[in-house]
Design a protein around this ligand. Sequence first.
Ligand code: NAD
Length: 258
Amino acid sequence: MGIIEKMRLDGKKGFVTGAARGIGKCTATGFAEAGADVAIVDMDIAEAEKTAKEIAAATGRKVFALKCDVTNEAEVQAMVDKVVAELGGLNFCHANAGICINEAAEKMTYAQWLKVINVNLNSIFLTDTIAGKYMLAHGGGSIINTASMSAHIVNVPQPQCAYNASKAGVIQLTKSLAVEWAKKGVRVNSISPGYIGTDLIRSSEFLKPLIAKWEDFSPMGRLGAPEELESICVYLAGDTCAFTTGSDFIIDGAFTCF
Ligand code: NAD
């Protein structure tokens, strides 16, 4: 069997959070194209259902939508239970839901800070530990977390201290879980995308005018496309990278290199 065949995810079952649109939609598509059955998990159930239908029709895999607020412990537990019941197991997950609030630190309210930390970091603890607990008891698995290049640099000119801090936390949590579970068959890695042209950026009146500035500063002169994150996630979900855990993969067109 060649390496491409070995990288396939036939027979594997997983879920992606924040998968109704953007990066999560693309990685869920990649997982299904590689042969996996996938749950599309999102707060926005109407959009998640559309996405699930689209991916199922394009790939012929079992793909279905689940409503879940990833900051709610009971909802995350119920979501993981439902994925296992519907798909008959859980081999991988991509904890990807996230938000950004652009506010100067001295003007940011504590409620805004907590919201970002809750959605971007506390949710990763919930998703990873609840999915991880199942994987630990059922032969192992692979967990992928979405961090950001903002875990590595401070973006300018827009202020986003809570976002940056939350994403740095995601990387250290990823490494901590990877070490704790290294001998137990559960791998945990993160991806750190640079600027990706999703609604997170394009539908923000505050961020939209900054796109040209970031493009100017970027060595490639452009934003990334969410599709450009699919293959790394398919790789991480599969078995060919059994020695890969506790790693963070920066995919930013060299934005953070200087
Ligand atoms: P997006 O806004 O297009 O999609 C995010 C999805 O997450 C939405 O469908 C939304 O409904 C869902 N979501 C938000 N809060 C949720 C919650 N509490 N529970 C369940 N679902 C929730 O964003 P995106 O650009 O696709 O970003 C996905 C991830 O990638 C985020 O973690 C983001 O921080 C990260 N990221 C994005 C970029 C970028 O430039 N777009 C760069 C680096 C990292």
